[in-house]
Write a protein that binds this ligand. Structure first.
Ligand code: PGA
Length: 226
């Protein structure tokens, strides 16, 4: 199965940082024949998830690069209408192909509950957005129709304490409603040094990267480990 390497920039970067990241990313991509081969042969797909204000710019800049896609970090749980501040699936679908749903930071800091997360997965499906559903463990529901599942143990996120690969594989076995066809990703303090241990297994089909995606260089070093 293909490997997915996802950059989750979270609430980071000013416009000038985004421009600089994109320039550095494109330059390194051009110079690195190994990564080019991985993405053009569809062995690896890179998905870049910036904050909402940069989606259009990032989409335009990366348009036409095979094997590189753009995603949002969340969507509204309502279709459209009088909901000040919300950004809907149909709006996102005009500028991106993917969306992260149910990240633990949204569950914790913005009180997203299972009902909202389920609605988001349905809306993403209706708009043909590929959904990347984040789960913290077996307590979180895996909804039908999600495009991929990212297992992100809360203690591993941003802590430098990545969960060892054997443990990730053992945890995967406890996710009873995870179908064999659904790509299964790991996320939580992955670095260029630790990426290979996950990507060399058949059980783990990709990585969701936070801190190490903020520099194009370390993000691409992770991709090169695929
Ligand atoms: P991290 O974040 O790589 O900084 O731990 C991962 C995530 O929260 O998606």
């Amino acid at each position: 199965m293909k490997k997915y390497i996802i950059a989750n920039w979270k609430a980071n970067k000013l416009p000038e940082d985004v421009t600089q990241w994109l320039a550095s990313f494109k330059k390194q991509l051009n110079e690195n024949s190994r990564i080019q081969e991985l993405i053009t042969s569809e062995a690896v797909e890179l998905i870049i998830c910036p904050s909402f204000p940069y989606l259009m710019l990032v989409s335009k800049e990366l348009d036409g690069i095979k094997g590189v896609s753009v995603g949002a970090q969340t969507i509204a749980s309502i279709e459209h209408g009088s909901f000040t501040g919300e950004v809907t699936a149909e709006q996102i679908a005009k500028m991106a192909t993917h969306v992260i749903i149910g990240h633990s930071e949204r569950r914790t800091f913005f009180h997203e509950n299972e009902e909202a997360i389920q609605k988001k997965t349905v809306l993403a499906n209706q708009l043909s957005l590929q959904s990347i559903l984040c789960i913290r463990g077996a307590e979180d529901t895996i909804y039908p129709g999600v495009s991929m599942v990212a297992f992100e143990p809360v203690a591993a996120i941003g802590s430098g304490q990545n969960m060892p690969v054997d443990q990730v594989i053992a945890e995967k076995k406890t996710f009873s409603n995870l179908s064999a066809e659904t790509p299964f990703l790991y996320g939580g303090s992955v670095t260029p040094e630790s990426a290979r241990s996950y990507l060399s297994t058949n059980e783990i089909n990709g990585l969701l990267i936070g801190s190490a995606s903020l520099q194009a260089e370390s993000f691409l070093a992770i991709a090169a480990a695929a």
